[in-house]
Every structure is written in C-alpha cells, then in structure tokens.
Ligand binder design. Structure first.
Ligand code: ATP
Ligand code: MG
Length: 240
C-alpha cells in the first residue's frame, strides 16, 4: 500500500474562545477526492472546526496541515490561496451587491483573469443563477442564496470545499437537490468537507464521517459504518 498525504489534517487541535475550551484534541485526516461529513448537535464545535481550517480561529495547541504542510500560523488568505474555500453558515452573501458581483468576489485571488469557463460551470450546475445575475443578492429566496453561495465558492476553483450546513432552512426538495449538486462537484474532483445536522442526508452521499460532541470526536467511520452504528442511530439519525 502506498501511504498518501492527506490534503487536510488536524493533529491534536485544541481551540478556546477566551477561557472556554471548544475543540478538544481533534484529529482529522481528509484525502484528495473524498467527501467527508462532520456531524454533531448544536454548539458541538462544527463551525469552529471549519473556521480553524481557514485560520479565523487559531488553535491553542495542535496543528492544521494542508498537503502535509503545517499552516497553523498562516493567515486566511494564504490558506485560500492553497485551494481551500468555504461556503459559510447562513450563506453570508453581500446582500446589496448583485449576484454577478457576488460571484466575481469568489475569484478575487485571480484578478484580471478570464472567468468565462468558471461562470459556465456555475451556470451549468445552477441555471437559475444565470437568470438572476443582475438581481441584488439580498432579494433572492433562501434556496437561490444557497446556490449563489455555492457558485461563489466554486469561482475560487477550490481543491477543498468546506460547507457549513448547506441544508439549513431549505425545504426538503431543495435539500435533496443541493446534495445532488454537492455530489456532482465532488465527483468532478473537488474534495468536500461538509458540516451537517441532517446526518441522514449527509451520510447518504459521504464516504466517511466524524461525529463531534462538545468539541470531541466521538465517532469516526465510513458512512455505512456510521449509518449502522446504534449509538449514532439513536443520537443523530432520528431513532429513539
Ligand atoms: N466568537 C465566539 N466567542 C465565544 N464563544 C463562541 C464563539 N463562537 C462560537 N462560540 C461558542 O463555541 C461553541 C461551539 O460553537 P460552533 O459555532 O462551533 O458550534 P456548531 O457545532 O457549529 O453549532 P450549530 O450547529 O448551532 O451551528 C458554542 O458554545 C458557541 O457559543
Ligand atoms: Mg455551526
């Protein structure tokens, strides 16, 4: 067997907000091409994990590695430059800017470049976005905002796409559509790390998953393994 270097790793990561200990000795390894889910209840530290990957939160101990390189002290922009992009919780579009301007911002690290193939890719995945280019992002429906947020992230041509609760606030039919698109993005070669409370949906398309409970990884298995795990079924998959 050949040993591979993960595209993204946490090694014994601890984080604090002030005196409050959030992530506790978190170890994560994600390999190129994988689709991995991070599951857990409210306030378990899921968003903090994504923010720590991008450097919005700095570990108090432990390391964040990209392609085997310790980036724990790197500023966010340099990590984005390495191909890591996030679709944040609640989309966070620039509401008074147009859809087109929001997409353009996604490609801010490539100023002056021809972006037509990037736009084409976004329009192919989200035909609705093309129809709404001149509309102010703040006036889009929730589902449309999620499409633009994903489109904006794709404009950065990410190697690793981080998604924070893409199904939040969406009707079930849109959730299913969204996950189908995430699967297509992953199959086209982008590594995906997706935070979800909707464990059933996330595990239906993921290769593997981690489960966080009050900042600790309590389970770490293949998607099939997690779906069959009694502890998991009781706590996160809606069985009592
Ligand atoms: N900037 C901050 N300052 C202080 N505490 C914070 C800060 N951000 C998050 N926290 C706390 O850290 C804990 C973990 O928050 P986090 O946002 O990572 O949880 P989460 O798993 O994403 O939850 P949710 O599912 O509700 O989005 C929570 O108790 C939260 O209140
Ligand atoms: Mg969160």
């Amino acid at each position: 067997m050949t040993s591979r270097t993960p595209v993204l790793s946490f090694k014994g990561v601890n984080t604090h907000y002030g005196a409050v200990h959030i992530l506790k000795d978190v170890d994560i390894d994600i390999y190129a091409g994988e689709m991995v889910s991070l599951l857990g209840g409210n306030a378990s530290g899921k968003t903090t994990t994504l923010k720590t990957i991008l450097g919005y939160v700095k570990p108090t101990s432990g390391q964040v590695l990209l392609d085997g390189e310790d980036v724990s002290d790197w500023p966010t922009a340099e990590r984005v430059g390495r191909g890591v992009t996030m679709v944040p919780e609640n989309r966070r579009l620039f509401k008074r800017m147009t859809v087109k301007e929001n997409l353009e911002i996604g490609a801010y690290l490539r100023p002056g470049e021809d972006l037509s193939s990037d736009y084409d890719r976004v329009f192919e995945l989200f035909p609705r976005v093309k129809e709404r280019l001149a509309q102010k992002a703040g006036t889009l429906s929730g589902g449309e905002q999620q499409m633009v947020a994903m489109g904006r992230a794709l404009m950065a041509r990410p190697k690793v796409l981080l998604m924070d609760e893409p199904s939040m606030g969406l009707a079930p039919v849109l959730v299913a559509q969204n996950f189908e698109i995430i699967e297509r993005i992953n199959k086209a070669g982008t590594t995906v790390f997706v935070v979800e409370q909707n464990a059933n949906m996330a595990l239906s398309i993921a290769d593997r998953g981690y489960v966080l409970q009050t900042g600790k990884i309590v389970l770490d298995d293949t998607a099939e393994g997690l779906l069959a795990n009694p502890q998991m079924r009781q706590a996160y998959l809606g069985e009592v």
